[in-house]
Design a protein around this ligand. Structure first.
Ligand code: GLU
Length: 505
């Protein structure tokens, strides 16, 4: 068989916000596609109309736009294998359902929900399969004329896949190796429902992967139990030769305790599990998003990339290009990956550090504006360069740096008690006079002159600097004093000092 071009897909169902695990699945598909020079397809699996949530599709598209994950084909991206929304592919599926029926690999069943319920009550561990289909109402047990008559009457039916029992089905998984299950444990899955003339997930998924020439199915572990059925469907259609390879990714686990990560864990521990803020149209509930919480998209991707994979050494910080180069689907772990959100915060901190001061300043500007501050860009860049190492999120820069932009109106009581001495008012007046006399207000010159003054007068450096800080910042923390005064400039520095002396004396 000729080498096929690598084609992978991310195929969410629009049933709500995109979970962060789904984002990781999409990222791994993206990395895999890029590193093989292949295509990444975006398909919407919306055949279950009862679970459709308006706005979900748009939400998913916007999430990837924010994250910087680009698709080559699919809903909103175009391409020549469309339509890419399954609800627009009804006629295609009908044809393939017919193919299975004609080949005797699927059959029609009329059992109503009530009848199925009754059977379940009557037969312990009932499943619709080779052992039980003989006692149900379907095209095996009913005469052909009756089947035709019921259909003609408009009676609702489903099409079920006829699973042959007692066969070992092998799923060759790139991460998990050879996974074998016996077909007897599978039930005759419903592939199509006449009620809405739509296929179920399983049929649509296989038909589309085939028609869209998908070569690798990379998806969450929760789909592993469906994989044997999918293998059997490929065979039933005669597509075994071009069956995609499978890779079922490890689960994302709770940050603490046992079990898989849920939205409740996020609410409980205070971190988002969705890429963007989500407004649930049914309940009105608003859930936080990584974007609105102040995460940088690059940091989120880097964090997610390492949940279930590593490059084989302890390198943690990677650009998207590096990830593309280093990613290896076979090195993904089978075991679940703990969702260590504190690590996610660390990544954000590291990405703020890596980012140029200019870019961080651009992100900080709107936050300053929100607080009514209209500061010149060069000042913001200087402040950011001095302070960004102290924050995990850009929005935290406001609290950490606001004294650069607004003079203190209050003075922290504890600091005043501890740092404002008997002679502080006098000392600060002398220091203000000294600074006012300077023509050169550069950091270096201030430092030189002030240090000499302290020495010549036998003053206590700590006491002077602490009081000086209190006058400019209003509290006991912040960067180096002359960094602050030189950014504030002479006029502002002196004004703040004189005001503090007035208030505190
Ligand atoms: N529609 C499925 C989902 O929502 C896709 C599963 C698959 O990738 O086969 O995750």
């Amino acid at each position: 068989m000729a080498e096929r071009k690598v084609r992978v897909r991310f195929a969410p169902s629009p049933t709500g916000a995109l979970h962060i695990g789904g984002v990781r699945t999409a990222l791994y598909n993206y990395l895999f596609a890029r590193q093989h020079g292949g295509d990444l397809i975006f398909r919407i699996e919306d055949t279950d109309s009862s679970r459709f949530v308006p706005g979900a599709e748009e939400y998913i598209i916007e999430s990837f736009k924010w994250l910087g994950i680009k698709f080559d084909e699919g809903v909103s991206f175009g391409g020549d294998h469309g339509p890419y929304r399954q609800s627009e592919r009804r006629d295609i599926y009908k044809k393939y359902v017919r193919q299975l029926l004609d080949a005797g690999k699927a059959y029609i069943a009329f059992d109503t929900p009530a009848e199925l319920e009754a059977k379940r009550a009557e037969v312990p561990n009932f499943q619709y399969d080779a052992h039980t289909r003989g006692m149900m109402r379907n095209s095996f047990t009913l005469p052909k004329e009756e089947v035709d008559r019921l259909i003609a009457e408009g009676r609702q039916y489903v099409v079920r896949f006829k699973i042959e029992p007692n066969e070992d089905v092998h799923v060759n998984d790139l991460i998990r190796g050879d996974v074998v299950i016996n077909s007897s444990i599978l039930d005759d899955k419903v592939l199509y429902k006449s009620a809405d003339e739509l296929p179920t997930y399983h049929l649509a998924n296989i038909v589309d992967d085939h028609l869209m020439e998908v070569t690798h199915v990379i998806r969450g572990e929760e789909w592993l139990p469906s994989a044997p059925l999918h293998v059997l469907l490929y065979r039933a259609f005669g597509w075994a030769d071009t069956m995609p390879e499978f890779a079922h990714l490890p689960l994302l686990l709770k940050p603490d305790g046992k079990g898989k990560l849920s939205k409740r864990d996020g609410d409980r521990l205070g971190f988002p599990v969705f890429p963007l803020e989500w407004h649930d149209p049914k309940t009105g509930e608003v859930s936080s998003g990584f974007r609105e919480s102040g995460y940088l998209p690059e940091a989120v991707l880097n964090f997610l990339a390492l949940l279930g994979w590593n490059p084989g050494n302890d390198q943690e910080l990677m650009t998207l290009d590096e990830m593309v180069r280093l990613f290896d689907i076979r090195r993904c772990s089978k075991a679940g990956a703990r969702f260590d959100y504190v690590k996610g915060i660390w990544f954000n901190h590291e990405y703020i550090l890596k980012m140029s001061d200019e870019r961080v300043a651009e992100l900080f500007m709107p936050i300053l504006k929100e607080h009514g501050i209209d500061a010149p860009m060069d000042k913001v860049v200087t402040v950011v360069g001095m302070m960004k190492g102290r924050v995990n999120f850009v929005k935290e820069l406001w609290d950490t740096c606001k004294f650069f932009f607004v003079a203190p109106t209050e003075y922290d009581a504890k600091t005043v008690q501890k740092r404002w001495k008997e002679d502080s008012a006098e000392m600060m007046t002398r220091l203000a006079d000294l600074l006012e006399s300077l023509d050169d207000f550069s950091l270096e010159n201030q430092e030189r002159v002030v240090m000499k003054w302290i020495e010549d007068n036998g003053l206590h450096t700590g006491n002077i600097m602490n009081a000086f800080r209190l006058t400019l910042v209003g509290e006991g923390k912040g960067p180096h004093m002359f960094d602050i005064s030189s950014v504030l400039g002479k006029e502002e520095t002196i004004a703040r000092m004189r005001r503090a002396i007035e208030v505190l004396k």
